[in-house]
Design a protein around this ligand. Sequence first.
Ligand code: P6P
Length: 349
Amino acid sequence: MATASEYKDLSMVGAANDGLDRDCTTLSRHVLQQLQSFSPEAQDLSALMNRIGLAGKLVARRLSRAGLMEGVLGFTGEVNVQGESVKKMDVYANDVFISVFKQSGLVCRLASEEMDEPYYIPENCPVGRYTLLYDPIDGSSNTDTNLSLGSIFSIRKQEGEDLDGKASDLHSSGRNQIAAGYILYGPSTMLVYTIGRGVHSFTLDPSLGEFILTEENIKIPDQGSVYSVNEGNFWQWDESIREYVRYVHRTEGYTARYSGAMVSDIHRVLLQGGVFLYPGTVKKPEGKLRLLYETAPLAFVIEQAGGRATTGTMDILDVVAEKLHQRTPLIIGSKQDVAKVESFIQKSH
Ligand code: P6P
């Protein structure tokens, strides 16, 4: 703690003020700073991001107490639209986003990995012109083992009146996203977002209950040493992907990292460089990951940070969704590392 006499040294005052300024740069404030505007759209976006932050705090709180409470961990016994066994935490997190956005007044529709159809909030629909697409818990397999998890979100503006309740205006490309990002539940809880003006990270300060700015305008290195892929699928991949993995095996300087939660793996790639892959297989060429609420939002973030995201043959952000739970293969990360993977795919065609 600085003494009164030390405060005479302006540099101490400067440092103290810098710390205070940072603590005052909350998520909602930052969005307004980004937009340099207090227009209704800017206020909407600021409010939406604030709501995302609230959802993240509620999920983080539950995860931090999971081992101390009954009924938080384990499976529900249900299977979701993806054919995956549902964890209790999936359901809780899904409901958190619904509750948080019900009160927002801004979101009329939500679509998630856990719901067959879009969820409508009728009381918001006449005015609420935004749609939230989200994966409430990414990496569910890590839930019961206290490992890192994530939530992924994407915000789009509703186009048209959606009179048939099919949300068919969502069948467009990822370039229509107005905001996207993820919450990483790790040793600390971080929120990373973009509204198309760079990528910015925030860290939850539990003592304040606020996400505080950590890094602005994050730039992904053009190349990194990490490749992140589940090599257990090696013999299910196309030969071109196997050839790429053989290349990194025999080339000095690469290291494998794979956590089972792509938010965690892609956050590492964002900060240190490298590439994350979830390719299709011969049996399932479309792969496992879902476009609207997984690969498109992550692609928006990584492209905004100066990286790339592709299916292997086209940019993720150019893929036009034809159905709500459409899947795409994903190769995402540093420009040079994504290009290296593409070079093996192109050689095979
Ligand atoms: P596999 C989690 O279910 C997820 O969608 C990603 O977060 C993760 O990278 C991947 O699936 C893990 O899948 O088949 O490697 O266990």
